[in-house]
Design a protein. Structure first.
Length: 629
């Protein structure tokens, strides 16, 4: 029998020779407080030359993409769009506690269902507090359809203050209007969409008040028992009590010789939560009974919920900081089991815990299986896990070309088809944890540029960050970000929530014009948002190199999900690039209820709103922004 890292880890699990958390922390590279040494970078003119061109593609099978123009530029248009608010989180130059470092999420959230994406930004706090009347609040920006947004936060009833963390979107009460959940260090908030442009805080009446102080982190709506109602998963990071947590100077917490906030190793990890939807507007905490607490890893940050093993039931993957990742596999009886080790998604390729931050799910190699990309701490690579279709994954980080970058610190991440060729690319938002690194000898800055990887259609990616436009190359103190087509011009944009700075709105400008199709789902027997539904689109292109095999059709899958990236929620309209195909020959939808709808010959460059049962509720050409007079 051939030896493999996964086989070895599986054997440990089968024989119960699993490392204790203490042993894991000893083996791990101490993330945040003491990162691993980073590779040296070229200096002087050599360094300038190094940063002036895109990184070479990895060696391997020939790619039809290598050497071709990128054809895409991302430009930050936040200022012109009216996203001119300062997002607050922790100290600007020094942090006493880890609480001040994590930042907040964002959502492309069509709260009024006009199929123009609005923007919701979670806001944070500072230890010293704020004068009454000057507290930072979350922000909801309404899309004016002309490239600008209007802040409607107060009118909408969303002006909540506190240590905001993540947000996720879904119609929990199946009334046809998507609702909003925001996690906090402190008390979470569930905002019910009233359908008239306003929201009501229904946290208490929904049964979501917590009886203790928690550091709630990543969240996701999902229908884990497939009863047609959206349940709610909420990760927990650290059981943090500021009264007893040591100060950096007292505990000698350092990063490369710099005094920084302590943790997470040495601090008590939080327990993840699962709330079951009772169908009457309330939720019940089923966390312990459902198996949320029976995990090796802790310190949860972001999560991703999807049918990752093809069993037809949603699983949950959690990026944990400084310990093994968690992979909750749905047992179809209301419980979950952590099978991260068995599945090969717990550790780095050399079997060590990583400091995971963000998570995105998508089929990057177009084999019909959902894969995982995860961001990690500086001094480490990000992670790419290829789904093997047998319940396990293979770490393809180095083979796929993502291993060339280790210097920057990743947060938000998303699979995204930037050029509509039908192959998922990857966008990563970076930013250092510690503001203290600025002005020191450390080869890092608090604000960092982004990574952009182009899919070479052969299982590999090319780093095109430095030719991806000023929105990619400009440094930012980024945390969460969401993906969506806010200007309805047929390509995917990004909104980025930054720390102690204004947000970014990265508009994608394409010089290559390819076709696309968007699909928004409306459940009937399934949950109204269609979360958990899997969509398969097949189209015949005239360019053989765009398909998996010459002469075969362009086939893609995607699943509707409530969360994406780091603490964020992306467009619930599912976008498929069609290359030069003028129509989708077949669109197949597998609903959580078990129903299957198949539609044929849907024209390209249009939005389709499809109701469970096969009814087309909307068939609309999207022509972009309305010109301002």
């Amino acid at each position: 029998m051939s030896f493999s890292r996964r086989g070895f880890l599986k054997s440990l699990s089968r024989t119960a020779l699993v490392l204790s958390l203490e042993d894991v922390l000893k083996l791990a590279r101490p993330a945040w407080g003491q990162a691993a040494p980073q590779p040296a970078r070229p200096k002087g003119s050599a360094r300038q030359a190094y940063e002036a061109v895109a990184r070479p593609a990895p060696k391997g099978a020939p790619s039809p993409v290598t050497g071709t123009p990128l054809g895409v530029q991302f430009v930050d248009v936040a200022k012109d769009a009216g996203l001119n608010v300062d997002m607050i989180f922790g100290g600007e130059h020094r942090n006493k506690y880890l609480l001040e470092t994590t930042g907040c999420g964002a959502a492309f959230f069509d709260y009024d269902h006009d199929d123009w994406l609005d923007i919701f930004l979670v806001n944070g706090w500072r230890l010293e507090g704020f004068p009454k009347g000057h507290e930072p609040v979350c922000h909801l920006f309404k899309n004016n359809r002309d490239g600008t947004f209007t802040d409607v936060t107060l009118k909408a009833g969303l002006a909540r203050s506190g240590w905001g963390q993540a947000c996720c979107v879904g119609d929990y009460n199946n009334d046809g209007w998507n609702d909003l959940f925001v996690s906090y260090y402190g008390q979470n908030a569930l905002f019910r969409n009233n359908g008239n442009g306003t929201f009501s805080d229904v946290t208490k009446e929904a049964g979501l008040l917590q009886d203790r102080l928690r550091w709630n982190s990543g969240c996701s709506f999902l229908d884990y028992d497939k009863d047609g109602r959206l349940d709610l998963f909420v990760g927990n990071y650290i059981d943090l009590d500021l009264k007893t947590t040591p100060l950096p100077e007292d505990a000698n917490c350092t990063y490369k010789g710099i005094i920084v906030a302590c943790g997470p190793p040495g601090l008590e990890g939080g327990k993840n939560l699962l709330y079951h939807n009772n169908g009457d507007g309330t939720f019940t905490d089923v966390s312990e009974k459902a198996g949320m607490w029976g995990t090796l890893g802790t310190y949860a940050l972001s999560c991703g919920a999807a049918d990752l093993d093809g069993a037809g039931w949603p699983n949950i993957y959690v990026a944990n900081d400084s310990t093994s990742a968690t992979y909750y596999v749905n047992q179809k009886d209301g419980t979950f089991k952590d099978q991260a080790i068995e599945a090969g998604v717990a550790y780095s390729p050399d079997g060590k815990p990583q400091a995971g931050m963000g998570v995105s799910i998508g089929d990057y190699n177009r084999d019909g299986l959902l894969d995982i990309v995860k961001t990690n701490f500086a001094g480490d690579t990000d992670s790419l896990f290829q789904n093997l279709g047998d319940g396990s994954f293979d770490d393809r980080t180095y083979q796929a070309g993502l291993g060339i970058n280790t210097r920057l610190l990743g947060w938000g991440v998303s699979f995204i088809d930037i050029d509509n060729d039908g192959w998922l690319d990857i966008l990563v938002a970076n930013g250092h944890v510690y503001p203290e690194v600025d002005g020191t000898q450390v080869d890092a800055s608090y604000a960092e540029r982004k990574y952009l990887y182009r899919n070479l259609r052969n299982g590999q990616f090319e780093d095109v960050s430095l030719i991806g436009g000023s929105g990619i190359t400009t440094d930012a103190k980024a945390r969460g970000f969401a993906i969506g087509d806010y200007d309805n011009d047929g390509d995917l944009d990004a909104v980025v929530n930054c720390v102690n700075a204004v947000p970014q709105l990265l508009r994608c400008d394409q010089s290559v014009k390819r076709n696309w199709i968007k699909i928004r789902l409306v459940g009937v027997q399934s949950n109204r948002t269609g979360i958990g539904a899997k969509i398969k689109v097949t189209a015949q292109t005239g360019t053989p190199v765009l398909t998996a095999k010459p002469g075969s059709p362009l086939t893609q899958i995607e699943e509707v999900r409530s969360c994406n990236g780091y603490f964020s929620s992306s467009d619930l309209r599912i976008h498929f690039g069609l290359a030069d195909a003028k129509k989708a020959d077949t669109v197949e939808i597998r609903w959580p209820s078990g129903a299957v709808d198949t539609l044929h010959d849907l024209d390209a460059n249009r939005l389709y709103v499809l109701q469970e049962g096969g009814k087309i509720l909307k068939n609309e050409a999207l022509t972009g922004l309305v010109k301002r007079s």
